[in-house]
Design a protein around this ligand. Structure first.
Ligand SMILES: Nc1ncnc2c1ncn2[C@@H]1O[C@H](COP(=O)(O)OP(=O)(O)OP(=O)(O)O)[C@@H](O)[C@H]1O
Ligand SMILES: Nc1nc2c(c(=O)[nH]1)N[C@H]1C(S)=C(S)[C@@H](COP(=O)(O)O)O[C@H]1N2
Length: 173
């Protein structure tokens, strides 16, 4: 069965100082959009190159995730290190994901340009970064997810089907 990792990167959520809303928002979006069988592996980790990088490596290499969606740690503050963790673990970057998410998010908030969110491939796992704000999840997934199923096909990951009324996945003929 297809495996999807959901990784919340937040110092305070990982310490229980506030309830994680962004990981559940990702799970809820997937439940609406993905119609083929999948299971989720959920992690909540503190900011940091090692904590995020080690989690991504484990989800990709040991757990065999086809797709990993992260939320948080993409901004400019000192503890925002998700992009640095990505640089350490991905073999190929896919800059178009970050470009599109920033462009779409800019229609909602001027601070969209502060996110260094990106995507990349490790083995046969696609990793996509989303910002930490719970409200950013739907905006960003609506924008990029139509390209995700074909990307998974191309890297030899599992096949995902979507509900076209929620997310029209595009596979070139
Ligand atoms: N997983 C989350 N669940 C709920 N709210 C969140 C989450 N992540 C971020 N937020 C909200 O968005 C704001 C900005 O997110 P950001 O990722 O910059 O957090 P932060 O200030 O670096 O702190 P932390 O890493 O402790 O979450 C947070 O202050 C919080 O209000
Ligand atoms: N769609 C969307 N994108 C967004 C935001 C948002 O509220 N909605 N917040 C921005 C802000 S304020 C920041 S600082 C950056 C980085 O957020 P992160 O550090 O929580 O990942 O994402 C940006 N992208």
């Amino acid at each position: 069965m297809v495996r999807i990792g959901i990784v919340t990167v937040s110092d305070r959520a990982s310490r229980g100082e506030y309830a994680d809303e962004s990981g559940p928002a990702i799970a809820a979006w997937l439940a609406r959009a993905v119609t083929s069988p999948y299971e989720t592996l959920v992690r909540v980790v503190p900011d940091g190159v090692a904590s995020v990088g080690d989690t991504l490596v484990a989800l990709a290499d040991e757990d065999g995730c086809d797709l990993v969606l992260t939320t948080g740690g993409t901004g400019p503050s000192p503890r925002d290190l998700t992009p640095e963790a990505m640089a350490a673990v991905v073999e190929k970057e896919l800059p178009g994901f970050g470009e599109l998410m920033r462009r779409i998010s800019l229609e909602k908030v001027p601070t969209a340009i502060l996110s260094r969110q990106t995507a990349g491939i490790r083995g046969s796992t696609l990793i996509v970064n989303l910002p930490g704000k719970p409200g950013s999840i739907r905006v960003c997934l609506d924008a990029v997810f139509p390209a995700v199923p074909y990307c998974l096909d191309l890297i030899g990951a599992g096949r995902i089907e979507t509900d076209p009324s929620v997310c029209a996945a595009f596979r070139p003929a």
